[in-house]
Design a protein around this ligand. Structure first.
Ligand SMILES: [Zn+2]
Length: 384
């Protein structure tokens, strides 16, 4: 099958982050096994989702992992001109579908090159590592990485994460953690502003505390000019609470995220915020004894990627795509998790992140062709 035929198949599985991916992963598994390669599934506890990994080539040290995720983001509320789960050739050099660019295009390039990988006389192995639930906090990657480390005696050396980067090698990525904070105050007539604790007023203070904290990081010199913005960001994206102008709100909540540069740890920033919340509770319980602030993390923090420009994987990947430059990105991906697993990691994949997560997502056919060319170059570099 060509890369476009495979992409057509992959986008027809409407697997969103959080949903069962067994349909798409089973199809991928059968495709790979039909080429004589043994695959391994890493299921979740409920058994309704699974990552997949496999090795093509000899059991030797120093292999290269090609990594991608099988889930996509929702299409609800977006103005799609075509069926998002059908690959449409726009006759404008672009292929339209949800996931075409983020990141089933890369998976299709890997799978299309599989017959050539199998036929080649590889002296160093290539691994596939395909995950689920990437789009809701990179949930599956840590276990997949662990499994790879435990399963193979001969360790892979590099991991190339094929997130859309227009095949530009990406050596840095910000980390992320998504949280929600709930404030429990006391309701009452709005004239009783001194006797009650407004959850809205307190939420507003916390929001400003987070913004001040972000500015303080910059003032303290915690900047990394490879990124834009060059500092960790704390952003509140949603806030709710209250019933009427003349009622003091007893409940308010806000949703926020922390995007960290490699210099900062999300857990440290969250710890500081929590400490501040405990201080506020101590003060406000003098007025309302049940006053409480609770914060919940939606997922464990996703670590940033901080690959050194002198690490071998950088020059290695630059040669695969014939591009001697590198860049960084501010979106989160699984690359930091592969790096924590002990593999020199880099992001490099076909398509542009500018097309990801939007209506009428597309990948250029030219990018698909170049994606396959990158993998063919990988095969020739690793074979006799
Ligand atoms: Zn992605």
């Amino acid at each position: 099958m060509s890369e476009i035929e495979i992409l057509q198949k992959l986008v027809s599985f409407p697997v969103l982050g959080g949903e069962s991916n067994m349909s798409i992963i089973t199809w991928i598994q059968e495709y790979i096994e039909s080429h004589g390669i043994t695959t391994h599934l890493v299921p979740n506890e409920a058994g309704n989702k699974a990552s997949l990994h496999c090795r093509i080539g000899p059991a030797k040290q120093g292999g290269v992992i090609l990594s991608g995720h099988t889930d996509v983001v929702p299409v609800e509320g977006q103005d799609w001109k075509t069926d998002p789960f059908e690959l449409i050739d726009g006759k404008d050099g672009k292929l339209y579908a949800r996931g075409s660019c983020d990141m089933k295009g890369f998976l299709a390039c890997c799978l299309a090159a599989l017959p050539e990988m199998v036929a080649a006389d590889l002296t160093t192995p290539i691994y596939f590592a395909f995950s689920y639930d990437e789009e809701i906090g990179c949930l599956a990657a840590p276990e997949l990485v662990n499994h790879i480390n435990q399963h193979y005696d001969e360790k892979p050396k590099y991991a190339i994460i094929g997130e859309p980067s227009m095949l530009q090698p990406i050596i840095g990525q910000k980390g992320i953690c998504v949280l929600d904070t709930h404030v429990n105050g006391s309701a009452g007539h709005s004239s009783r502003i001194r006797q009650e604790v407004s959850a809205i007023h307190e939420s507003a203070r916390l929001v400003l505390w987070l913004e001040d904290k972000m500015n303080q990081l910059v003032a303290d010199g915690r900047v990394d000019n490879r990124f834009n913005p060059p500092h960790s960001s704390l952003h509140i994206g949603q806030i709710q609470g209250g019933i009427a102008p003349n009622i003091i709100a007893d409940k308010a909540s806000f949703f926020w995220d922390v995007r960290t540069i490699p210099l900062d740890k999300a857990t440290d920033l969250i710890f500081e915020f929590e400490a501040h919340c405990r201080d506020r509770e101590k003060i406000l319980r003098n007025i309302y004894p049940d006053f409480e602030i609770t914060t919940r993390q939606h997922h464990p923090p996703v670590p940033p990627l901080d690959t050194d420009v002198n690490d071998d994987v950088v020059a290695f990947t630059q040669s695969l795509v014939d591009n001697p430059t590198w860049d960084t990105v501010s979106y989160a991906a699984e690359a930091g998790q592969f790096a924590e697993g002990g593999f020199q990691s880099i992001i490099c994949g076909p398509g542009s992140i500018a097309q990801a997560h939007r209506a009428n997502e597309f990948i250029e056919i030219d990018q698909m062709t170049k994606g396959v060319a990158m993998i063919k170059k990988l095969i020739s570099t690793l074979s006799n």
